[in-house]
Design a protein. Structure first.
Length: 76
């Protein structure tokens, strides 16, 4: 696990808090289209220290599910 502390931070934060942070980032006019919002979401997780999202999802499917729920809630 090369991004241990990133995983710890994401696990400890509530979904609501993560959604709020991601919505703030998206609402700041940084997303012009869906492609760009996907890039913003990737950068959002990288800001926590996530280095390899695919690896994280393989190693911790429950945490990955939480992250995907956050993304879905943030754009809805």
């Amino acid at each position: 696990m090369c991004d241990f502390w990133a995983r710890v931070k994401i696990r400890k934060m509530s979904e609501d808090e993560l959604v709020t942070r991601l919505q703030d980032l998206l609402d700041n006019g940084h997303h012009a289209n869906a492609e760009n919002s996907g890039e913003i979401m990737r950068e959002f997780w990288e800001s926590f220290g996530v280095k390899d999202l695919g690896r994280l999802c393989n190693e911790e499917p429950e945490l990955c599910s939480k992250m995907k729920r956050v993304e879905t809630l943030a754009i809805s």
